[in-house]
Design a protein around this ligand. Structure first.
Ligand code: LLP
Length: 407
């Protein structure tokens, strides 16, 4: 359904009554179905899905992901710990750091987690400390410009991520110097990648590098599948990606002489469309040229529209048939936090409940306490029941870590 008022029989309005607004709501069935879709799309290869925890890191979501048969990709030691708490075995977690201190690497290795080495200095230090005793992966920067916008493009020449493919001789030098046990190669070129060709192009870079390593067990293509944001928006055709990349991968495995695993790290694809941010209209303000709808949320809870000019669908839950009007939906933060500009909505009145779509990925996980506001509760709908998987913050949460000086 385009603009649902219920999920699995649970009404959004009832959730607002019970838990208040703003409220993050996740459809667990949608998440597990997305996992299934990817499993189907890549059914011709031995696939491992490593969910990009950063998209939505609630422990119950990580548990659901595990139940659906996927592992996790972590980008901080804290995400590693969340994954472990959710019951993922250490071998189901890969840690892809980005320029972190070595103590964090040590901590992850002690927990039995595979490290994705993302720089030559890290390879050097890792080699000195662990030599051939701890298997690892290497993150390659394939020099591919891809993704929805520059802020979320991570595989181009000027990006800080990974080790440049042009430095492959230096990578190989470190591998042989320390006899490193490299079991995987990884790329992640960006987010919101529409075109299957980009994944193939990335694959070709991986294959050319991989042929130089003798002990590989997997190749990791990263995440980045684009989801639909607007009505009739096109999303990555994962069936096409699965087929094309799968075929190229199997060809490569023949050339390599061994069947490898194919890893992917979807974030948005698994959780973006499964999430809704339910908010209440505080006021409708007519200006000379614009009608503003002021809601009880803002960039503190959903920063994507401001940070990336991201489009999020919005609809009026309280009035699904009324006459249409044009509105700017704005947050309550003391900054210009326009959630949606010049949007057509069924007439909005103060007190109406609005729903912001595609709020599952990088919504709550990027939320903050800016303006000293509290973060919302999170609700998971699973098998027809609503579970509060995180309570709304209280004022006490905001001040908990402060030492108040006695001036
Ligand atoms: N793997 C790695 C190593 C990543 O850095 C990322 C995302 C992913 C996988 C998952 O990418 P996805 O499938 O979700 O596109 N906050 C931005 C997106 C930043 C993505 C950062 N890395 C946004 O809200 O658009």
């Amino acid at each position: 359904m385009q603009n649902p008022s219920h999920i699995q029989g649970v009404s959004f309005a009832a959730l607002a009554d019970e838990f208040g607004t703003p409220l993050y709501i996740y459809d667990g069935e949608k998440i597990t179905n997305q996992v299934k879709t990817l499993q189907e799309a890549f059914s011709a290869v031995p696939l491992r899905i490593k969910y990009a925890t950063k998209a939505l890191s609630n422990i119950s979501i990580l548990k659901l992901i595990r139940k659906a048969g996927a592992g996790v990709d972590a980008v901080s030691i804290e995400e590693v710990k969340l994954g472990l708490m959710a019951g993922h075995p250490a071998e189901g977690i890969m840690y892809t750091p980005s320029g972190v201190g070595f103590e964090e690497i040590r901590e992850a290795v002690d927990l039995g987690i595979m490290i994705n080495l993302d720089s030559l200095p890290l390879m050097e230090e890792f080699g000195k400390v662990y030599g051939d005793s701890v298997p690892a992966c290497i993150r390659i920067n394939p020099h591919i410009m891809a993704g929805g916008n520059l802020k979320i493009s991570t595989g181009h020449k000027e990006s800080k991520f990974g080790i440049s493919i042009e430095q492959l001789p230096l990578i190989l030098e470190k591998v042989s110097k320390y006899n490193l046990q490299i079991v995987g190669l990884h790329i992640h070129t960006g987010s919101d990648i529409l075109d299957a060709e980009v994944f193939l192009q990335g694959g070709n870079v991986l294959f050319e590098a991989a042929i130089q390593f003798s002990g590989l067990k997997f190749l990791d293509f990263g995440g980045g599948f684009k989801v639909a944001y607007k009505p009739n928006d096109i999303a990555t055709d994962v069936m096409e990606v699965g087929k094309k990349v799968g075929e190229a991968f199997q060809e490569f495995c023949k050339r390599y002489g061994r069947q490898l695993e194919l890893w992917i790290e979807p974030g948005k694809f698994l959780v973006s469309e499964a999430g809704y941010l339910l908010v209440k209209t505080n006021l409708v303000k007519e200006s000379t040229t614009v009608t503003f709808v002021g809601v009880d949320t803002g960039l503190n809870h959903l920063i994507r529209p401001m940070m990336y000019d991201a489009y999020h669908g919005v609809y009026n839950l309280s009035n699904s048939e009324g006459k249409k009007g044009k509105y700017n939906i704005v947050g309550y933060i003391c900054e210009t936090d326009t959630i949606a500009a010049h949007r057509e909505l069924n007439e909005v009145k103060a007190g109406d409940l609005l729903v912001i779509k595609n709020a599952g990925a990088y919504g709550y996980s990027m939320a903050s306490n800016y303006n000293s506001r509290l973060r919302p509760a999170e609700i998971l709908i699973w098998e027809g029941k609503a579970y509060q998987i995180r309570r709304r913050e209280l004022f006490e949460d905001l001040i908990r870590n402060q030492e108040i000086l006695d001036f």
